[in-house]
Write a protein that binds this ligand. Structure first.
Ligand SMILES: NC(=O)c1ccc[n+]([C@@H]2O[C@H](COP(=O)([O-])OP(=O)(O)OC[C@H]3O[C@@H](n4cnc5c(N)ncnc54)[C@H](O)[C@@H]3O)[C@@H](O)[C@H]2O)c1
Length: 264
């Protein structure tokens, strides 16, 4: 039985991940960690009935991990919190699934250092859905053949999302840029802003949109749009739980979701 701890347990993703962990015959929820609802039973917070798993205060994460001894910690919080959680988890030799987005390069470097120094395994991805991981592969293929086309990325998310643009859109831009040998990336346009050969990223926020990403390749007389739309957060939660199962048996290292899915 793989023992799972979840940070951000009371959040939108945390709750769904816990539901998926509870459904898995191979997993047991041993710890729920957040900064809200501390001391309450996580099942009661989620309104699914008592689970006898208390919500622990994230400020006590070292103690909680020491007591619960999880095999894997799944983190869907906010960037600043995730860095602390990852460092604590790595220090306790607990493998990781990191779904939080919006890291600065410095924050990412701090997490990578903790993971490497403690020789644990971590899957880090701004998107755990199978569809988006296939979508990223399609973008690389299209970019190779359409290198002269103007490339724009448009993403849309719900009105509660804190970071912009989405980690998925940034990763899409990075994949295309790498395929084309390096491209400038700009975030939105305003005022006098003639188009050069950059990749533009545009973020839309509204309502309850789970996550849309469109990459536009526009040439003379034609355009191609490659689009992924998440219908709900379930695709992300299922992927994160699949990654947790995989990382529990992985050798030390930093992995992406494509390693879990064995796709290019
Ligand atoms: N990788 C993916 O597939 C994927 C998919 C969806 C969302 N996300 C990302 O996951 C993150 C969470 O998204 P959400 O929609 O669930 O947000 P949310 O605001 O609903 O939940 C975040 C939770 O984290 C908690 N939190 C804050 N600080 C904490 C700390 N120090 N320790 C523990 N918990 C803490 C909050 O109280 C809240 O309950 C965001 O960064 C989002 O972009 C990633």
């Amino acid at each position: 039985m793989i023992k799972i701890a979840v940070t951000g347990a009371c959040g939108k993703m945390g709750g769904l991940i816990i539901e998926n962990v509870l459904k898995s015959p191979d997993m047991k929820l041993v710890s729920a960690i957040d900064v809200t609802n501390t001391g309450k039973d996580i099942g009661e917070v989620m309104r699914i009935g008592k689970l006898d798993v208390q919500v622990w205060d994230a400020n006590d994460i070292d103690t909680v991990l020491g007591k619960a001894k999880p095999d894997v910690l799944i983190d869907f919080t906010i960037a600043q919190a995730a860095v602390k959680n990852v460092i604590a988890s790595a220090g306790k030799k607990v493998n990781l699934v990191i779904g939080t987005t919006g890291f600065t390069p410095e924050q990412r470097a701090l997490m990578d250092k903790a993971i490497k120094e403690n020789a644990i395994a971590a899957v880090i991805s701004p998107n755990f859905s199978i569809g988006v991981n296939v979508f990223w592969g399609l973008l690389a293929q299209a970019a190779k053949r359409l290198s002269d086309y103007d490339i724009e990325i448009i993403e849309a998310h719900h009105n509660q999302k804190k970071d912009a643009p989405s980690g998925t859109a940034v990763k899409a831009a990075e994949i295309i840029s790498k395929t084309l040998g390096g491209k400038d990336i700009i975030y939105g346009r305003h005022g006098i802003a003639p188009r050069q050969k950059e990749i533009g990223i545009h973020a839309v926020r509204g309502g309850d949109i789970a996550g849309d990403h469109t990459v536009l390749f526009a040439g003379d007389g034609e355009r191609i749009e490659i689009k992924h739309q998440a219908h709900s957060r379930q695709a992300f939660a299922q992927g994160a739980v699949k990654a947790a199962l995989w990382v529990s048996k992985a050798s030390p290292g930093i992995y992406e979701m494509k390693d879990v899915l064995e796709i290019e």
